[in-house]
Design a protein around this ligand. Structure first.
Ligand SMILES: N[C@@H](CCC(=O)N[C@@H](CS)C(=O)NCC(=O)O)C(=O)O
Length: 208
């Protein structure tokens, strides 16, 4: 049985839970992190010395780093659809997973942490203002891609969408002064993702 450690409002936990659901896996999720704590304890530290969520546990195997967990789940279940075995086709999926970590997450993470997780009187609005145009640039790049194809890595739903999707909901629900450029293809993509029950149930949560 798969066990996923992490609170459900963590974007990286969402990605993993959504993957498990898309694969039809039986799994158990344990609330840790954020208000649930426990990341500082010795038991959690033995699983993940980074003291971050998510962590996946299966038959004695422990995996941390959400994208690696997504790849492990897809590959171990032989899901060619989510993660092709062919190296070239696989690279077209994986490059977007890395893009999320290195390009998309930093500006969105800054805006999210400041506007949602930081008390109003302690917010760094200059950091938000600096991050908004960077985020806009990242989304415009994706909008151009989605003008030519329905999913991030091509014509079908893949692990690239599992990495990008949770950010799309987050982006559309950030409050002012977060700004949002008009992005017709990202908007259509968001509607396409919302047709997937597991995306709606696990990634379209109120921002907390
Ligand atoms: N690169 C890591 C990032 C993990 C991470 O930053 N997790 C955050 C939640 S999204 C965390 O553990 N925060 C501490 C907490 O929840 O208490 C991954 O993709 O798994």
């Amino acid at each position: 049985m798969v066990r996923i450690w992490g609170r459900r409002n963590s974007i990286n936990v969402m990605k993993v839970v959504w993957t498990a659901e898309e694969l039809g896996l039986a799994y158990e999720r344990v609330d840790v992190g954020g208000p649930f704590g426990q990341l500082d304890g010795p038991a959690f530290g033995a699983m993940n010395p980074n003291r971050k969520i998510p962590v996946l546990e299966e038959d004695g195997l422990i995996v941390w780093e959400s994208n690696t967990i997504v790849r492990y789940l897809a590959a171990s279940r032989g899901s060619e659809g989510l993660l092709p075995a062919n190296p070239a086709r696989r690279a077209l999926v994986e490059k977007w997973m890395d893009w999320v970590l290195t390009e998309l997450n930093p500006p969105i993470g800054t805006i999210f942490i400041q506007l949602i997780r930081t008390p109003e009187d302690q917010r760094d609005l200059a950091a938000v203002q600096a991050a908004c145009p960077v985020a806009d640039q990242r989304w415009r790049l994706l909008d151009d891609v989605l003008a030519r194809q329905p999913y991030v890595a091509g014509d079908s739903f893949t692990a690239a969408d599992l990495a990008v999707g949770p950010f799309v909901h987050r982006w559309y629900h950030l409050p002012p002064p977060a700004t949002r450029a008009e992005l017709p293809h990202v908007r259509d993509y968001y509607e396409r993702l919302r047709e997937r029950p597991a995306y709606l149930a696990h990634c379209c949560l109120p921002l907390t």
